[in-house]
Design a protein around this ligand. Structure first.
Ligand code: PLP
Length: 361
């Protein structure tokens, strides 16, 4: 059988959730499992995140899948409802919604809230993607409060991964002053939720009532100044394949589509059973490598749909059927993202069903 697999280490996921609690001991944890738990398979990950206070999903469909799989605690839909029917479904089934737009507000205000119904009210503090302005937020908070809703004021950082980015300070100050104002002028019980993974690591004094960890749960670094290992995170996804052929080339022979790599001297090359149809990125820099038999083997030539090629000239102990790691312990997902001019989030969330999937508890 083709030895291409994705192993999800559920104990690592639980460990990383505990790391979040170490960083934010007083805040509640909204564990972000949107996009199928960043590609890890949300339903299968549920036991590992059971200690979260709530789960964050992008849309109602994602929430329904998890409810049907047996999740009974709170869920928060971060894009909110897309129709009145969705809004009504959520309020009837203890699913809380972000309200970021006037039409969602209109749906919320059509009927008085059920007891304890909570709205995650989105404030735009400078990302300029979703949310109400500081100028309009007080009146909206008053309307929601009059209708009987409890409120979590929330916003999202645009540059949290860069600890000293000047916009962070601006967003933080705007969020903080708006929350204080609403607590004084509308309702002292209004709660706050500011930090994603990077915020959790970077600003321990800004955790407010709810933190919203995503990427940190999956063991990739959320910040540009520390590796996942330095933060004591454990990789959750391990992407592996194996050597399916080995050849010797002579100087001048080229390899793969576009003949992008040419042997300068006699070379020993390995063909690895993984390609872009499995979720390994096609466009990758010349620094890219895989790890086989504990050693780095450089990727050469173009990554194809089903295969990629590596230079084994200096790793003679790598033979046929030798296991190869694409990402996991080494290389880390963050390294692979760097070679591909992207981020861990994208690579993790677009792996495919084609490899053999293994959940390890
Ligand atoms: C996805 C998301 C998060 C989690 O972000 P990470 O950078 O993965 O921690 C937090 N809040 C909102 C609103 C999100 O959309």
């Amino acid at each position: 059988m083709r030895q291409t697999s994705i192993t999800i280490d559920l104990a690592a996921l639980t460990h990383n959730l505990q790391r979040v609690k170490d960083y934010a001991p007083t805040a509640k944890v909204l564990a972000m499992v949107k996009a199928n738990a960043y590609g890890h398979g949300a339903v299968n990950c549920l036991p590992a995140v059971a200690q979260a206070d709530a789960l964050g999903v992008a849309c109602l469909q994602e929430a329904l899948e998890l409810q049907q799989a047996g999740w009974q605690k709170l869920m928060v839909v971060i894009e909110g409802a897309f129709s009145l029917a969705e809004w009504q479904y959520c309020t009837a089934h203890q699913i809380e919604c972000v309200v970021h737009h006037q039409r969602q507000l209109d749906w919320a205000l059509q009927q008085p809230a059920k007891k304890g119904a909570t709205v995650w009210l989105k404030l735009n503090t400078g990302m300029n993607r979703l949310g109400f302005t500081v100028g309009e937020i007080k009146e909206i908070a008053q309307q929601l409060t009059s209708s009987g809703y409890e409120i979590v004021l929330t916003t999202h950082f645009a540059n949290a991964d860069v600890i000293d980015h000047p916009n962070n300070q601006q967003q933080f100050e705007l969020f903080d002053s708006t929350l204080q104002m609403l607590r004084e002028q509308v309702n002292p019980a209004i709660k706050g939720s500011l930090c994603n993974s990077a915020g959790i690591v970077n600003w321990s004094d800004r955790h407010y009532d709810w933190v919203r960890p995503g990427i940190i749960l999956y063991g990739a670094t959320p910040v540009n100044h520390a590796t996942a290992k330095q933060l004591n995170l454990q990789p959750v996804m391990h992407f592996n394949a194996s050597i399916m052929a080995i050849h010797t080339l002579k100087a001048g022979d080229s390899v793969g589509y576009g003949s992008r790599w040419t042997a300068q001297t006699a070379a020993r090359i390995g063909i690895v059973s993984v390609g872009y149809a499995d979720g390994y990125p096609r466009v990758i820099s010349d620094d890219a490598y895989v790890v086989a038999a504990g050693q780095q083997a450089p990727i050469i030539g173009r990554v194809a749909m089903d295969m990629l090629m590596v230079d084994l000239t200096h790793t003679t102990e790598v033979n046929l059927d030798c296991p190869v790691q694409l990402w996991g312990n080494a290389p880390s997902i963050d390294e692979v993202g760097g070679w591909n001019d992207t981020i861990s989030y994208e690579l993790l969330s677009v792996v495919t069903r084609r490899p053999t999937w293994i959940y390890q508890s």
